[in-house]
Design a protein around this ligand. Structure first.
Ligand code: ZN
Length: 309
């Protein structure tokens, strides 16, 4: 089962649960005779009012009666330890009522779930992301310089919607803290309710391969997430195996389409700009490292992981 189907199934399950428990509550309340008669009376009145309004008749007295019965029903429910809200499904996502869609597009909750799943696949727990606020710079060789880098990127996160810089490329050797910085960005943007999808270059490449070798109707939807989310993070570009006609072409396709839709992409890589050009070619390079819309940060430091030991 692909990850999207799995997530939509989870969402649908939550919808069923919410709706089921609201029905259980109603049935429980209806076992009370007094409440049941009030409830049925409300239903009848509701129907009659709608009918009369349709016939353009005066409904004032009926509306008054409705209010009175409603007040009695609330009171009776209170005696039973309930409220009318207990009969409304308590959806986890109030925006899409646990359908996963709004106006035919994936809801934010869909991406949040997807993101949770994907980050856990690469060993990052979204609930324990590093933050700009908690960042310490003691381990960096050039503390002040790193502080400035962090400030710059935090500022970028704050104004991301208006910034002409949509993309961020973090270059640097393994262990200089690129993923740490990406986590801070993730955290900041999640608080702004951005839909974020996090892929290791390796996992993204597997998705491209799947896309490349799928020929049924599911093909088009495979790339929906990486094309539609507000922020795509590609971690460790260059660590994926090179497959002819896959890496370069699909990476180009994704980056290009995201740029056209004005959506942000963050890439971390051990490669130098020269190596990116050699590996992915002119066309893709121009989408990764276009200075007009990309902030490129080169982090130089000795290996932080060794210092933490
Ligand atoms: Zn939703």
């Amino acid at each position: 089962m692909n990850i999207k189907t799995k997530i939509l199934n989870q969402i649908n399950l939550d919808k069923q649960k919410a709706e089921h428990s609201s029905e259980v509550n109603l049935n429980k309340a209806l076992q009370d005779k007094e409440f049941k008669s009030l409830y049925l009376k409300l239903k009848t009145l509701n129907f009659d009012i709608a009918k009369k309004e349709f016939e353009k008749q005066n409904v004032n007295s009926m509306k008054k009666e409705y209010k009175e019965v409603y007040a009695k029903a609330i009171k009776r429910l209170k005696d039973l330890g309930m409220t009318f809200d207990d009969f409304k499904p308590d959806y986890k996502c109030k925006l899409c009522k646990d359908t996963g869609f709004i106006d035919g597009k994936y809801c934010k909750c869909f991406y949040t779930r997807m993101n949770k799943q994907l980050t856990s696949n690469v060993g990052i727990d979204i609930n324990f992301l590093h933050t700009f606020e908690n960042s310490k710079f003691d381990l960096f060789d050039d503390k002040e310089k790193m502080q400035k880098v962090y400030q710059k990127i935090e500022g970028w996160c704050e104004k991301i919607d208006d910034s002409k810089f949509k993309n961020l490329v973090l270059c640097g050797q393994t262990g200089v803290g690129k993923t740490y910085l990406v986590e801070c960005v993730c955290n900041k943007l999640l608080k702004k309710d951005k839909s974020i999808i996090f892929y290791s270059a390796f996992a993204l490449n597997n998705l491209f391969l799947k896309f490349h070798t799928t020929f049924d109707e599911s093909k088009q939807s495979l790339l929906d997430g990486v094309l539609d989310c507000e922020l795509l993070i590609i971690d460790d570009l260059g660590s994926e195996p090179q497959i002819k006609k896959v890496n370069e072409d699909y990476l180009y396709l994704v980056l290009n389409e995201r740029l056209q839709k004005n959506k942000s992409t963050i890439i971390t890589t051990n490669l130098t700009l020269r190596q990116i050009l050699d590996r992915y070619g002119d066309r893709t390079f121009s989408r990764i490292c276009n200075k007009a819309n990309t902030i490129i940060v080169n982090i130089e430091n000795s290996d932080l992981r060794l210092k933490r030991q």
